[in-house]
Ligand binder design. Structure first.
Ligand code: UD1
Length: 421
Protein backbone atom coordinates (compact mmCIF):
# COMPACT_ATOMS: atom_id res chain seq x y z
CA UNK A 1 0.00 0.00 0.00
CA UNK A 2 1.57 3.30 -1.09
CA UNK A 3 1.21 6.42 1.03
CA UNK A 4 2.66 9.90 1.34
CA UNK A 5 4.64 10.74 4.47
CA UNK A 6 4.85 14.46 5.18
CA UNK A 7 6.79 16.21 7.93
CA UNK A 8 5.02 19.55 8.19
CA UNK A 9 6.33 22.99 8.95
CA UNK A 10 8.55 23.87 5.99
CA UNK A 11 7.82 27.09 4.14
CA UNK A 12 7.83 26.79 0.34
CA UNK A 13 10.23 28.73 -1.90
CA UNK A 14 11.24 28.58 -5.56
CA UNK A 15 9.63 27.78 -8.88
CA UNK A 16 7.06 25.20 -9.91
CA UNK A 17 6.27 24.36 -13.53
CA UNK A 18 2.61 23.54 -14.14
CA UNK A 19 1.67 20.56 -16.34
CA UNK A 20 -1.03 20.29 -18.99
CA UNK A 21 -4.64 20.35 -17.83
CA UNK A 22 -6.16 16.99 -16.94
CA UNK A 23 -9.71 18.05 -17.78
CA UNK A 24 -8.63 19.29 -21.22
CA UNK A 25 -6.37 16.32 -21.96
CA UNK A 26 -9.04 13.66 -21.41
CA UNK A 27 -11.63 15.04 -23.89
CA UNK A 28 -8.95 15.94 -26.45
CA UNK A 29 -7.51 12.40 -26.41
CA UNK A 30 -10.97 10.93 -26.93
CA UNK A 31 -11.95 13.59 -29.49
CA UNK A 32 -8.97 12.54 -31.60
CA UNK A 33 -11.04 9.43 -32.50
CA UNK A 34 -13.05 11.68 -34.85
CA UNK A 35 -10.02 12.44 -37.01
CA UNK A 36 -9.14 8.83 -37.85
CA UNK A 37 -5.65 10.20 -38.44
CA UNK A 38 -2.46 10.91 -36.55
CA UNK A 39 -2.50 13.66 -33.91
CA UNK A 40 0.49 14.95 -31.99
CA UNK A 41 -0.56 16.06 -28.52
CA UNK A 42 1.90 18.23 -26.62
CA UNK A 43 1.98 19.22 -22.93
CA UNK A 44 0.18 16.04 -21.92
CA UNK A 45 0.27 15.62 -18.13
CA UNK A 46 1.86 12.44 -16.79
CA UNK A 47 -1.07 11.30 -14.62
CA UNK A 48 -2.86 8.00 -14.25
CA UNK A 49 -6.15 9.26 -15.77
CA UNK A 50 -4.25 10.01 -19.00
CA UNK A 51 -2.60 6.57 -18.89
CA UNK A 52 -6.03 4.95 -18.38
CA UNK A 53 -7.47 6.94 -21.31
CA UNK A 54 -4.61 5.77 -23.51
CA UNK A 55 -5.16 2.16 -22.39
CA UNK A 56 -8.82 2.53 -23.38
CA UNK A 57 -7.87 3.98 -26.79
CA UNK A 58 -5.26 1.25 -27.36
CA UNK A 59 -7.84 -1.44 -26.52
CA UNK A 60 -10.08 0.17 -29.18
CA UNK A 61 -7.31 -0.07 -31.78
CA UNK A 62 -5.43 3.25 -31.51
CA UNK A 63 -1.67 3.38 -31.98
CA UNK A 64 0.07 5.28 -29.25
CA UNK A 65 3.72 6.26 -28.91
CA UNK A 66 5.48 8.91 -26.83
CA UNK A 67 7.98 11.28 -28.47
CA UNK A 68 8.86 12.55 -24.98
CA UNK A 69 7.24 12.30 -21.55
CA UNK A 70 4.69 14.98 -22.42
CA UNK A 71 4.42 14.63 -26.22
CA UNK A 72 2.26 11.89 -27.65
CA UNK A 73 1.68 10.55 -31.13
CA UNK A 74 -1.83 9.11 -31.36
CA UNK A 75 -3.18 7.43 -34.50
CA UNK A 76 -6.89 6.58 -34.37
CA UNK A 77 -7.25 5.25 -37.93
CA UNK A 78 -8.01 1.67 -36.82
CA UNK A 79 -10.16 2.48 -33.81
CA UNK A 80 -13.36 0.43 -33.50
CA UNK A 81 -16.44 1.48 -31.53
CA UNK A 82 -18.29 -0.51 -28.86
CA UNK A 83 -15.26 -2.33 -27.45
CA UNK A 84 -13.88 0.02 -24.76
CA UNK A 85 -12.90 -2.08 -21.68
CA UNK A 86 -15.57 -1.81 -18.99
CA UNK A 87 -13.15 -2.01 -16.04
CA UNK A 88 -11.17 1.06 -17.25
CA UNK A 89 -14.14 3.10 -18.45
CA UNK A 90 -15.94 2.63 -15.13
CA UNK A 91 -13.00 4.18 -13.22
CA UNK A 92 -13.08 7.57 -14.97
CA UNK A 93 -15.58 10.34 -15.53
CA UNK A 94 -13.91 11.44 -18.75
CA UNK A 95 -14.87 8.16 -20.41
CA UNK A 96 -18.42 9.50 -20.95
CA UNK A 97 -16.90 11.39 -23.90
CA UNK A 98 -16.61 8.06 -25.71
CA UNK A 99 -20.38 8.19 -26.26
CA UNK A 100 -20.12 11.43 -28.25
CA UNK A 101 -16.97 10.28 -30.06
CA UNK A 102 -18.30 6.84 -31.09
CA UNK A 103 -21.61 8.37 -32.17
CA UNK A 104 -19.80 10.96 -34.31
CA UNK A 105 -17.44 8.50 -35.99
CA UNK A 106 -19.51 5.29 -36.19
CA UNK A 107 -23.15 6.46 -35.79
CA UNK A 108 -23.53 4.29 -32.69
CA UNK A 109 -21.90 3.77 -29.31
CA UNK A 110 -21.68 1.25 -26.50
CA UNK A 111 -19.89 2.52 -23.39
CA UNK A 112 -19.77 1.36 -19.75
CA UNK A 113 -21.23 3.61 -17.05
CA UNK A 114 -18.46 6.10 -16.16
CA UNK A 115 -16.80 6.41 -12.73
CA UNK A 116 -14.78 9.28 -11.23
CA UNK A 117 -14.81 11.08 -7.88
CA UNK A 118 -17.83 10.51 -5.63
CA UNK A 119 -19.55 13.87 -5.12
CA UNK A 120 -23.04 12.39 -4.74
CA UNK A 121 -25.29 11.81 -7.75
CA UNK A 122 -23.57 12.51 -11.10
CA UNK A 123 -26.34 12.37 -13.71
CA UNK A 124 -25.82 12.49 -17.49
CA UNK A 125 -29.37 13.54 -18.43
CA UNK A 126 -28.10 16.71 -20.16
CA UNK A 127 -25.64 14.70 -22.27
CA UNK A 128 -28.51 12.41 -23.28
CA UNK A 129 -30.81 15.37 -24.01
CA UNK A 130 -28.12 16.77 -26.34
CA UNK A 131 -27.51 13.48 -28.17
CA UNK A 132 -31.26 13.00 -28.65
CA UNK A 133 -31.61 16.52 -30.05
CA UNK A 134 -28.98 15.54 -32.64
CA UNK A 135 -31.04 12.49 -33.64
CA UNK A 136 -29.57 9.67 -31.54
CA UNK A 137 -31.60 7.14 -29.61
CA UNK A 138 -30.12 6.43 -26.17
CA UNK A 139 -30.73 3.33 -24.09
CA UNK A 140 -29.36 2.90 -20.58
CA UNK A 141 -28.94 -0.71 -19.47
CA UNK A 142 -28.85 -0.18 -15.70
CA UNK A 143 -28.59 -3.88 -14.93
CA UNK A 144 -25.31 -4.38 -16.80
CA UNK A 145 -24.07 -0.78 -16.51
CA UNK A 146 -23.91 0.13 -20.21
CA UNK A 147 -25.09 3.10 -22.24
CA UNK A 148 -26.07 2.47 -25.86
CA UNK A 149 -26.51 5.17 -28.50
CA UNK A 150 -27.69 4.74 -32.06
CA UNK A 151 -28.16 7.21 -34.91
CA UNK A 152 -29.03 5.05 -37.96
CA UNK A 153 -29.84 8.16 -40.03
CA UNK A 154 -26.76 10.06 -38.89
CA UNK A 155 -26.53 13.03 -36.55
CA UNK A 156 -28.18 16.32 -37.56
CA UNK A 157 -27.42 19.76 -36.13
CA UNK A 158 -30.03 21.26 -33.82
CA UNK A 159 -30.52 23.88 -31.08
CA UNK A 160 -29.92 22.62 -27.56
CA UNK A 161 -30.57 24.48 -24.34
CA UNK A 162 -28.96 22.94 -21.27
CA UNK A 163 -31.03 23.08 -18.07
CA UNK A 164 -27.87 23.14 -15.95
CA UNK A 165 -24.41 24.44 -16.82
CA UNK A 166 -22.47 21.21 -17.34
CA UNK A 167 -18.85 20.92 -18.43
CA UNK A 168 -19.29 17.27 -19.38
CA UNK A 169 -22.52 17.73 -21.36
CA UNK A 170 -21.10 20.75 -23.22
CA UNK A 171 -17.99 18.79 -24.20
CA UNK A 172 -19.87 15.62 -25.13
CA UNK A 173 -22.42 17.40 -27.31
CA UNK A 174 -19.65 19.43 -28.99
CA UNK A 175 -17.89 16.16 -29.83
CA UNK A 176 -21.09 14.64 -31.24
CA UNK A 177 -22.02 17.78 -33.21
CA UNK A 178 -18.71 18.55 -34.86
CA UNK A 179 -19.32 16.20 -37.81
CA UNK A 180 -23.15 16.27 -37.70
CA UNK A 181 -24.99 17.53 -40.78
CA UNK A 182 -25.83 21.24 -40.50
CA UNK A 183 -25.60 23.67 -37.62
CA UNK A 184 -25.77 23.05 -33.89
CA UNK A 185 -26.27 25.80 -31.32
CA UNK A 186 -25.56 24.94 -27.68
CA UNK A 187 -27.15 27.45 -25.31
CA UNK A 188 -26.34 27.77 -21.59
CA UNK A 189 -23.00 26.08 -22.37
CA UNK A 190 -20.21 25.80 -19.80
CA UNK A 191 -17.44 28.41 -20.31
CA UNK A 192 -14.45 26.67 -18.69
CA UNK A 193 -11.01 27.11 -20.33
CA UNK A 194 -11.00 23.41 -21.22
CA UNK A 195 -14.15 23.92 -23.33
CA UNK A 196 -12.22 26.55 -25.29
CA UNK A 197 -9.22 24.22 -25.51
CA UNK A 198 -11.33 21.42 -26.99
CA UNK A 199 -12.87 23.85 -29.52
CA UNK A 200 -9.37 25.06 -30.47
CA UNK A 201 -8.21 21.46 -30.90
CA UNK A 202 -11.20 20.65 -33.12
CA UNK A 203 -10.78 23.85 -35.16
CA UNK A 204 -7.12 22.96 -35.71
CA UNK A 205 -8.41 19.63 -37.08
CA UNK A 206 -10.72 21.46 -39.52
CA UNK A 207 -13.91 21.91 -37.45
CA UNK A 208 -16.03 25.07 -37.53
CA UNK A 209 -16.77 26.02 -33.92
CA UNK A 210 -17.36 29.57 -32.70
CA UNK A 211 -18.37 31.01 -29.34
CA UNK A 212 -16.50 28.56 -27.07
CA UNK A 213 -15.81 30.40 -23.81
CA UNK A 214 -19.24 32.10 -23.99
CA UNK A 215 -22.57 30.54 -23.07
CA UNK A 216 -23.58 30.09 -26.73
CA UNK A 217 -21.46 27.75 -28.85
CA UNK A 218 -22.16 27.44 -32.57
CA UNK A 219 -20.95 24.46 -34.54
CA UNK A 220 -21.21 24.15 -38.31
CA UNK A 221 -20.83 20.42 -38.98
CA UNK A 222 -18.00 19.36 -41.31
CA UNK A 223 -17.74 16.09 -43.24
CA UNK A 224 -14.25 15.24 -42.15
CA UNK A 225 -11.58 16.21 -39.66
CA UNK A 226 -7.86 15.75 -40.12
CA UNK A 227 -5.01 15.08 -37.71
CA UNK A 228 -3.05 17.96 -36.19
CA UNK A 229 -0.40 18.99 -33.69
CA UNK A 230 -1.90 20.54 -30.59
CA UNK A 231 -0.60 21.83 -27.24
CA UNK A 232 -2.84 21.39 -24.20
CA UNK A 233 -3.38 24.40 -21.92
CA UNK A 234 -1.85 24.48 -18.42
CA UNK A 235 -3.82 23.07 -15.50
CA UNK A 236 -5.37 25.93 -13.54
CA UNK A 237 -6.37 23.57 -10.72
CA UNK A 238 -2.84 22.25 -10.31
CA UNK A 239 -1.60 25.87 -10.27
CA UNK A 240 -4.23 26.83 -7.69
CA UNK A 241 -3.25 23.88 -5.52
CA UNK A 242 0.35 25.16 -5.24
CA UNK A 243 -0.94 28.68 -4.54
CA UNK A 244 -3.18 27.36 -1.74
CA UNK A 245 -0.23 25.39 -0.34
CA UNK A 246 1.90 28.54 0.04
CA UNK A 247 -1.03 30.24 1.76
CA UNK A 248 -1.03 27.38 4.28
CA UNK A 249 2.73 26.97 4.80
CA UNK A 250 4.13 30.45 4.16
CA UNK A 251 6.95 31.28 1.76
CA UNK A 252 7.12 32.69 -1.76
CA UNK A 253 6.88 30.77 -5.04
CA UNK A 254 6.60 31.40 -8.77
CA UNK A 255 3.88 29.29 -10.39
CA UNK A 256 5.15 29.01 -13.95
CA UNK A 257 3.82 28.06 -17.38
CA UNK A 258 0.25 29.16 -16.68
CA UNK A 259 -2.39 31.50 -18.12
CA UNK A 260 -2.88 34.02 -15.26
CA UNK A 261 -6.33 35.01 -16.61
CA UNK A 262 -7.59 31.49 -15.76
CA UNK A 263 -6.50 32.04 -12.15
CA UNK A 264 -8.47 35.25 -11.54
CA UNK A 265 -11.14 33.90 -9.18
CA UNK A 266 -8.60 31.86 -7.19
CA UNK A 267 -6.11 34.76 -7.02
CA UNK A 268 -8.89 37.14 -5.88
CA UNK A 269 -9.81 34.87 -2.97
CA UNK A 270 -6.18 34.33 -1.95
CA UNK A 271 -5.65 38.10 -2.00
CA UNK A 272 -8.70 38.52 0.26
CA UNK A 273 -7.00 36.05 2.61
CA UNK A 274 -3.99 38.38 2.71
CA UNK A 275 -1.66 36.75 0.18
CA UNK A 276 0.47 39.02 -2.02
CA UNK A 277 0.07 38.08 -5.70
CA UNK A 278 1.88 39.47 -8.73
CA UNK A 279 0.71 38.51 -12.20
CA UNK A 280 3.23 38.21 -15.04
CA UNK A 281 2.78 37.10 -18.67
CA UNK A 282 2.93 33.37 -18.03
CA UNK A 283 3.53 33.05 -14.30
CA UNK A 284 2.26 34.25 -10.96
CA UNK A 285 4.36 35.08 -7.90
CA UNK A 286 2.59 34.40 -4.62
CA UNK A 287 3.93 35.27 -1.18
CA UNK A 288 2.61 35.03 2.34
CA UNK A 289 3.25 38.39 4.00
CA UNK A 290 0.87 38.25 6.98
CA UNK A 291 -1.40 35.84 8.86
CA UNK A 292 -4.34 34.55 6.80
CA UNK A 293 -7.75 36.20 7.20
CA UNK A 294 -11.09 34.40 7.10
CA UNK A 295 -13.13 34.65 3.87
CA UNK A 296 -16.35 33.41 2.27
CA UNK A 297 -16.27 31.28 -0.87
CA UNK A 298 -19.09 30.04 -3.08
CA UNK A 299 -18.18 27.69 -5.90
CA UNK A 300 -19.78 28.29 -9.28
CA UNK A 301 -19.22 27.35 -12.93
CA UNK A 302 -16.40 29.33 -14.63
CA UNK A 303 -15.63 32.24 -14.34
CA UNK A 304 -16.83 31.69 -10.75
CA UNK A 305 -14.62 30.12 -8.11
CA UNK A 306 -13.95 26.52 -9.24
CA UNK A 307 -15.47 23.67 -7.26
CA UNK A 308 -12.24 21.72 -7.91
CA UNK A 309 -10.32 24.29 -5.82
CA UNK A 310 -12.55 24.41 -2.73
CA UNK A 311 -10.99 21.52 -0.71
CA UNK A 312 -7.48 22.98 -1.12
CA UNK A 313 -8.63 26.46 -0.01
CA UNK A 314 -10.54 24.91 2.92
CA UNK A 315 -7.32 23.23 4.07
CA UNK A 316 -5.51 26.59 3.99
CA UNK A 317 -8.41 28.27 5.86
CA UNK A 318 -8.17 25.80 8.78
CA UNK A 319 -5.53 28.03 10.39
CA UNK A 320 -6.81 31.43 9.20
CA UNK A 321 -7.94 34.06 11.72
CA UNK A 322 -11.71 33.99 12.33
CA UNK A 323 -14.46 31.89 10.77
CA UNK A 324 -14.67 31.20 7.04
CA UNK A 325 -17.69 29.91 5.14
CA UNK A 326 -17.23 27.68 2.09
CA UNK A 327 -20.41 27.01 0.10
CA UNK A 328 -20.48 24.37 -2.62
CA UNK A 329 -22.63 25.52 -5.53
CA UNK A 330 -21.93 22.74 -8.04
CA UNK A 331 -21.94 19.33 -6.29
CA UNK A 332 -24.38 18.05 -3.69
CA UNK A 333 -21.77 16.24 -1.58
CA UNK A 334 -18.22 17.45 -1.78
CA UNK A 335 -17.30 17.66 1.91
CA UNK A 336 -16.20 14.08 2.58
CA UNK A 337 -12.62 15.34 3.09
CA UNK A 338 -13.74 17.44 6.11
CA UNK A 339 -13.76 14.38 8.36
CA UNK A 340 -10.09 13.83 7.49
CA UNK A 341 -9.18 17.45 8.26
CA UNK A 342 -10.93 17.09 11.65
CA UNK A 343 -8.56 14.21 12.46
CA UNK A 344 -5.78 16.81 12.17
CA UNK A 345 -7.47 19.18 14.61
CA UNK A 346 -9.47 21.34 12.18
CA UNK A 347 -12.65 22.92 13.55
CA UNK A 348 -15.17 22.53 10.71
CA UNK A 349 -18.93 22.08 10.79
CA UNK A 350 -20.79 21.10 7.66
CA UNK A 351 -24.41 22.12 7.23
CA UNK A 352 -25.86 21.00 3.90
CA UNK A 353 -23.75 22.54 1.16
CA UNK A 354 -21.85 24.92 3.47
CA UNK A 355 -18.86 24.40 5.73
CA UNK A 356 -18.07 26.72 8.63
CA UNK A 357 -14.31 26.70 9.25
CA UNK A 358 -13.14 28.22 12.56
CA UNK A 359 -9.43 28.95 12.44
CA UNK A 360 -7.27 27.00 14.91
CA UNK A 361 -3.67 27.92 15.86
CA UNK A 362 -2.25 24.88 14.06
CA UNK A 363 -3.09 21.47 12.62
CA UNK A 364 -1.51 18.32 13.99
CA UNK A 365 -0.02 15.52 11.84
CA UNK A 366 -2.18 12.41 11.68
CA UNK A 367 -3.02 9.40 9.49
CA UNK A 368 -5.63 10.50 6.95
CA UNK A 369 -6.92 9.29 3.63
CA UNK A 370 -7.37 10.96 0.25
CA UNK A 371 -11.14 10.58 -0.17
CA UNK A 372 -11.08 11.91 -3.74
CA UNK A 373 -8.68 13.74 -6.07
CA UNK A 374 -8.95 17.33 -4.78
CA UNK A 375 -9.82 16.19 -1.26
CA UNK A 376 -6.50 14.33 -1.39
CA UNK A 377 -4.68 17.50 -2.48
CA UNK A 378 -6.25 19.21 0.55
CA UNK A 379 -4.68 16.55 2.80
CA UNK A 380 -1.25 17.27 1.33
CA UNK A 381 -1.71 20.99 2.02
CA UNK A 382 -2.88 20.29 5.57
CA UNK A 383 0.06 17.92 6.12
CA UNK A 384 2.56 20.48 4.81
CA UNK A 385 1.50 23.08 7.39
CA UNK A 386 0.70 20.72 10.31
CA UNK A 387 2.96 20.15 13.31
CA UNK A 388 4.46 16.66 13.15
CA UNK A 389 4.06 13.83 10.67
CA UNK A 390 1.09 13.16 8.41
CA UNK A 391 0.52 9.91 6.52
CA UNK A 392 -1.88 9.99 3.60
CA UNK A 393 -3.36 6.73 2.32
CA UNK A 394 -5.34 6.01 -0.88
CA UNK A 395 -2.90 8.22 -2.79
CA UNK A 396 -3.67 6.69 -6.17
CA UNK A 397 -6.71 8.95 -6.21
CA UNK A 398 -4.34 11.97 -6.02
CA UNK A 399 -2.09 10.56 -8.74
CA UNK A 400 -5.10 10.32 -11.07
CA UNK A 401 -4.75 14.08 -11.58
CA UNK A 402 -1.41 15.46 -10.29
CA UNK A 403 1.78 15.10 -12.31
CA UNK A 404 4.83 14.41 -10.06
CA UNK A 405 3.27 16.13 -7.05
CA UNK A 406 5.87 14.74 -4.65
CA UNK A 407 8.78 15.91 -6.84
CA UNK A 408 7.26 19.36 -7.36
CA UNK A 409 6.62 19.96 -3.63
CA UNK A 410 10.05 18.54 -2.71
CA UNK A 411 11.77 20.98 -5.08
CA UNK A 412 9.91 23.82 -3.29
CA UNK A 413 11.39 22.69 0.02
CA UNK A 414 8.63 20.45 1.41
CA UNK A 415 9.47 17.29 3.35
CA UNK A 416 7.23 14.80 1.51
CA UNK A 417 7.99 11.33 0.27
CA UNK A 418 6.18 8.32 -1.07
CA UNK A 419 6.53 5.15 0.97
CA UNK A 420 5.25 1.63 0.46
CA UNK A 421 4.02 -0.39 3.43
C1 UD1 B 1 -16.18 18.14 -14.62
C2 UD1 B 1 -14.83 17.83 -13.99
C3 UD1 B 1 -14.91 17.91 -12.48
C4 UD1 B 1 -15.49 19.26 -12.04
C5 UD1 B 1 -16.78 19.56 -12.77
C6 UD1 B 1 -17.32 20.95 -12.50
C7 UD1 B 1 -13.88 16.30 -15.64
C8 UD1 B 1 -13.42 14.93 -15.95
N1 UD1 B 1 -14.44 16.49 -14.42
O1 UD1 B 1 -17.08 17.14 -14.16
O2 UD1 B 1 -13.60 17.77 -11.96
O3 UD1 B 1 -15.76 19.23 -10.64
O4 UD1 B 1 -16.60 19.44 -14.19
O5 UD1 B 1 -16.37 21.92 -12.86
O6 UD1 B 1 -13.74 17.23 -16.43
N2 UD1 B 1 -25.33 17.75 -14.13
C9 UD1 B 1 -26.63 17.38 -14.38
N3 UD1 B 1 -26.88 16.67 -15.52
C10 UD1 B 1 -25.92 16.31 -16.41
C11 UD1 B 1 -24.59 16.70 -16.15
C12 UD1 B 1 -24.32 17.42 -14.99
O7 UD1 B 1 -27.53 17.68 -13.59
O8 UD1 B 1 -26.22 15.67 -17.42
C13 UD1 B 1 -25.02 18.53 -12.91
C14 UD1 B 1 -24.07 17.79 -11.96
O9 UD1 B 1 -24.79 16.93 -11.08
C15 UD1 B 1 -23.40 18.92 -11.23
C16 UD1 B 1 -23.33 20.05 -12.29
O10 UD1 B 1 -24.28 19.69 -13.30
O11 UD1 B 1 -24.22 19.38 -10.17
C17 UD1 B 1 -21.97 20.21 -12.96
O12 UD1 B 1 -21.54 18.97 -13.50
P1 UD1 B 1 -20.54 18.91 -14.75
O13 UD1 B 1 -20.09 20.29 -15.06
O14 UD1 B 1 -21.20 18.12 -15.81
O15 UD1 B 1 -19.32 18.09 -14.16
P2 UD1 B 1 -18.47 16.95 -14.90
O16 UD1 B 1 -18.33 17.28 -16.34
O17 UD1 B 1 -18.99 15.61 -14.50
Amino acid sequence: MERYIINGGNELFGDVEISGMKNAALPILIASILTGEKCIIENLPSISDVRKSLDILKAMGAQVSFRSESCLELDTQNVEGGISPYDLVSKMRGSTYLIGAELARFGKAKVGWPGGCDFGVRPIDQHIKGFEALGAKITVDNENGYIYADAPNGLHGNSIYFDVVSVGATINVMIAAVMAKGKTVIDNAAREPHIVDLANFFNTCGAKITGAGTSVIKIQGVEKLHGCTYTIIPDMIEAGTFMAAVAATGGKINVRGIIPKHMESVSAKLEEMGMRIEEHDDYITIEKVKPLKHIQIKTLPYPGFPTDMHPQLSAALCCAEGTSIVTEGVWENRFRYVEELRKMGADIEVDGVSAKIKGVPNLVGSEVQAVDLRGGAAMIIAGLCAKGQTEITNIMTIERGYDDIVGKFTRLGADIKKAEY
